[in-house]
Design a protein around this ligand. Structure first.
Ligand code: PLP
Length: 379
């Protein structure tokens, strides 16, 4: 099946009891058993839930994987992956990535003796050079949040394979509509389903997708043992969100392209970070591994003027000032004080994340209205 058909039908079968075309919300904590140990495959809802099962099947199919696992948030999904490791193990991670991932790694897991080595993953050589006998995992995010840096998944998957370690790719920004890391050799795909998969800013959720059966068993064991499972209502919402992923992403891409080009030609705007520009350093890799460039972008004002950036952030009328991304509505965000405030300033600036940087999650409204809104805000 082609992607659009898969996105709509993956994981959903009419309910055998009623014929309901949408998977019911199985709002139950337990399941009645015929005899001890004799059941219909469902024992206790932390371990199994039919709504979650339908969603996990859908997640697997749209990422071209064999197994999907849903978690109560994106960071809970990341947390489960790191719990595969032991004290003394090393993780090579991207130096520019989601602030919450960085916080989880440095503030929670370093305390348990896991070491994180941050490198600029846009050059695979840096990853290769950081490998040691203790490296067990490479953690990639591409495109990155918020600088839209691109890493070559296939090249880094080859490095991981040679080193005998796992590669996990945070595919939140691209969504399965634009990029499928498992097809490029990654072992695990992670999503904050809160973003494009849910798509309507009404749910917090995370996902992992993988091919290997043993890896699935380990991650399922962590999911049920640690208990960060999503509720059935939230699973239903993400399942419903997925059904329009291709329609939304198509418009996100169209609007993204128009706005990125408009920003780039604006006299008061400095650098614009969008991976669809032909002179973006990751353009060649992005064109190879992605099917489009999406609606996420960042820009600076000329002279890196923080006061002016603050004024822009407070004066948009359609773009809502808020954290998060990937919903149908457009959002504007100030990474330095909002999503990336947990990264120390010197480290942030060193990675190019300046004080005046503004991030946009371009929604699916009319592009002309969005441009007029930015026009009046930037002045
Ligand atoms: C939001 C986000 C996360 C964390 O997901 P939550 O659902 O908020 O826990 C991880 N990675 C990226 C790229 C994100 O944007």
């Amino acid at each position: 099946m082609k992607l659009a058909t898969k996105i709509i039908h993956a994981g959903t079968e009419p309910d055998p009891g009623t014929g309901a075309i949408m998977t019911p919300i199985f709002q139950t904590s337990t399941y009645v058993q015929e005899a001890p140990g004799k059941n219909k495959g469902f024992e206790y809802a932390r371990s199994q839930n039919p709504t979650r099962k339908a969603l996990e099947e859908a997640l697997a199919q749209i990422e071209n994987g064999r197994h999907g696992l849903a978690f109560s948030s994106g960071v809970a999904a990341t947390d489960a992956v790191i719990k595969l490791l032991l004290p003394g193990d090393e993780v090579i991670a991207a130096s520019d990535m989601y602030g919450g991932t960085y916080r989880l790694f440095t503030k929670v897991f370093e305390k348990f003796g896991i070491r994180f080595i941050y490198v600029d993953t846009t050059d695979p050589e840096n990853v290769k050079n950081a490998i040691t006998s203790k490296t067990k995992l490479i953690w990639l995010e591409t495109p990155t949040n918020p600088l839209m840096n691109i890493s070559d998944i296939r090249a880094i998957a080859d490095i991981a394979k040679t080193a005998g370690c796992l590669l996990c790719v945070d595919n939140t920004f691209a969504s399965p509509y634009l990029q499928n890391p498992l097809d490029l050799g990654a072992d695990i795909v992670m999503h904050s389903s809160t973003k494009y998969l849910g798509g309507h800013s009404d749910v917090i959720q995370g996902a992992l997708v993988m091919n290997d059966d043993t890896l699935r068993e380990h991650l399922y064991f962590i999911q049920k043992s640690c208990g960060a499972v999503p509720g059935p209502m939230d699973c239903f919402l993400v399942l419903r969100g997925i059904k329009t992923l291709h329609l939304r992403m198509q418009r996100h891409c169209e609007n993204g392209e128009k706005i990125a080009n408009w920003l780039r030609n604006h006299p008061k705007v400095g650098k614009v970070y969008w991976c669809g520009f032909q002179d973006h350093p990751g353009y060649a890799v992005a064109s190879r591994q992605m099917r489009g460039f999406g609606g996420m972008m960042s820009f600076e004002l000329k002279d890196d003027n923080t006061d002016k950036a603050m004024a822009v952030l407070s004066s948009t009328k359609i773009f809502a000032l808020a954290e998060s991304l990937g919903g149908v509505e457009s959002l504007i965000n100030h990474p330095a004080t909002m999503t990336h405030a947990s990264i120390p300033r010197e480290e942030r600036i060193r990675n190019g994340l300046t004080d005046s940087l503004i991030r946009l999650s371009v929604g699916v409204e009319d592009a002309d209205d969005l441009i007029s809104d930015l026009e009046q805000a930037i002045g």
